[in-house]
Design a protein around this ligand. Structure first.
Ligand code: HEC
Length: 111
């Protein structure tokens, strides 16, 4: 029993290492988003639209006129959503430049 558990734990660790390289941990960078956004399923609407598979697609929310979500548009949006879409329901800003960059990197990996 113990041996089986140990094998499972080790197997999981090795498998995990292959699936998620140490540099890529989207969940960590997006921890402040998951209260309102699903990050694992491209179809699941929570408070806001799903973030999974969002990178390089067109915005789904009305009133956001970017051609697609990329580094520049995401940076502008996350800095101040209300400046992009007055009256937006996303009452959340990421003011820190480094945090925004990490979030955008994580979003690009969510696919
Ligand atoms: C308090 C809830 C809340 C939080 C926290 C939040 N969002 Fe949002 N987000 C929303 C809502 C609501 C919308 C829809 C906005 C609208 O239609 O005006 C939205 C829209 C978006 C969109 C536009 C998607 C599209 O295609 O239309 C992006 C991108 C986005 N959020 C990214 C993020 C990221 C990244 C984080 C974390 C750093 C985050 N949001 C945190 C509520 C939130």
């Amino acid at each position: 029993m113990i041996r089986t558990l140990l094998a499972l734990a080790l197997g999981g660790a090795v498998f995990g290492a292959f699936v998620a390289p140490a540099s890529a941990n989207p969940g960590k960078a997006l921890i402040t988003c998951v209260g309102c956004h699903d990050i694992t399923d491209a179809k699941k609407q929570v408070v806001g639209p799903p973030l999974f598979g969002l990178y390089e697609t067109k915005p789904t929310s009305k009133g956001i006129s970017f051609a697609k979500w990329d580094k520049t548009s995401l940076d502008t949006w996350l800095k101040d959503p209300a400046a992009v879409k007055p009256g937006t329901a996303m009452a959340f800003k990421v003011k820190n430049d480094k945090k925004r960059a990490a979030i955008i990197e994580a979003l690009a990996e969510l696919k």
